[in-house]
Ligand binder design. Structure first.
Ligand code: AMP
Length: 310
């Protein structure tokens, strides 16, 4: 048993549920043992309420890693005072079953006080990138994200950590943090998983009523319009932005928060599409704020033939 861990905090192993680790000490010990056996450790951090977006990260991680650790931690520090921390969906039992079925070896699910003891006072902040787009709409959000992800990477020290392109700016920030702080974990970005009608899976989709749920596909449809324009040769970012605004404006329940075409590295707005970029969307559907994006790249010189990742 690792030093400092209480007997009552030993990992729980119940049939049908994944082994659950509640303390940092146990988590570190398990990871230490895996490293001593020269095994490749994978980490998939989540906030729970798991869906196929999450399980796609797990499936990807399973190809490379054993043991594979998933974490569930609804991180209070990444929610603003008027955001949905208190009502964020928490479905521990069904999440645990899903993780077991997906072949995860252990679930790290600490309490908030374990991660943030009373005297906690160190934060990780990625300058610049954290202030734009999602960071501008949600002040302090990324500071909370990078702080908790840094802690998770420190505790587990995985060889690979997996993040979804659904949160493209978040994945980019974490990659930057890992590079800047010389972490040994490789950050792997995985594609967006969507419903049949195009809506990107998100734990927050559960908040939408049926009318809003239908309206929510407008994000995908707007991105798809931008794809058609790009495929037809449009390269002007302003023109593409107006296509996005017009598409979303036509949906009664939807309002644009931002619609931007940004450089894939810097996340700075581009004027013309001449290099890899993201088309980023954030929109309110009723009271719910949803995000989505399309990654655009090319293999041809001159950026003529584009490849779209929606
Ligand atoms: P969350 O539980 O929302 O913090 O998400 C945990 C991880 O799952 C993050 O890396 C997300 O980007 C990723 N994720 C969430 N939704 C999707 C999706 N629809 N497709 C792919 N990855 C996703």
């Amino acid at each position: 048993m690792p030093t400092g861990a209480q007997q009552c905090c030993a990992p729980t192993s119940v049939k049908g549920l994944v082994e659950t680790i509640r303390t940092i000490a146990w988590m570190k010990e398990m990871a230490r043992q895996a490293r001593a056996e020269s095994r490749i450790i994978g980490l998939v951090p989540t906030m729970g309420a798991l869906h196929e977006g999450h399980t796609s990260l797990i499936a990807r991680a399973k190809q490379q890693c054993s043991p594979l650790i998933a974490s569930i931690f609804v991180n209070p520090k990444q929610f603003g005072p008027n955001e949905d921390f208190a009502k964020y969906p928490r479905r521990f039992e069904s999440d645990s079953e899903k993780l077991k079925q997906a072949g995860v070896d252990a679930l790290f699910a600490p309490e908030a006080a374990e991660i943030y003891p009373k005297d906690f006072s160190t934060y990780v902040h990625v300058e610049g990138l954290s202030e734009r787009l999602e960071g501008k709409s949600r002040p302090g959000h990324f500071r909370g994200v990078t702080t908790v992800v840094m802690k998770l990477l420190q505790i587990v020290q995985p060889h690979f950590a997996y993040f979804g392109r659904k949160d493209a700016q978040q994945a980019r920030l974490i990659t930057q943090m890992a590079r800047d702080l010389n972490l040994d974990s490789e950050i792997v970005m995985c594609p967006i998983v969507r419903e049949a009608d195009g809506l990107a899976l998100s734990s927050r989709n559960a908040y939408l009523n049926s009318e809003e749920r239908k309206a929510a596909t407008i994000l995908y449809r707007a991105l798809d319009r931008a794809r058609s324009e790009l495929a037809a040769g449009v390269r002007d970012a302003l023109q593409l932005q107006s296509v996005l605004h017009r598409a979303i404006g036509a949906e009664r329940l939807a309002a644009v928060d931002y619609a931007e075409i940004v450089d894939a590295e810097s996340f700075e707005p581009v004027v013309r599409i001449t290099r890899a970029c993201y088309v980023l969307l954030a929109a309110f559907i009723g009271k719910m704020r949803l995000i989505d994006n399309m990654y655009v790249e090319t293999k041809s010189p001159g950026f003529d033939e584009l490849m779209f990742h929606l």
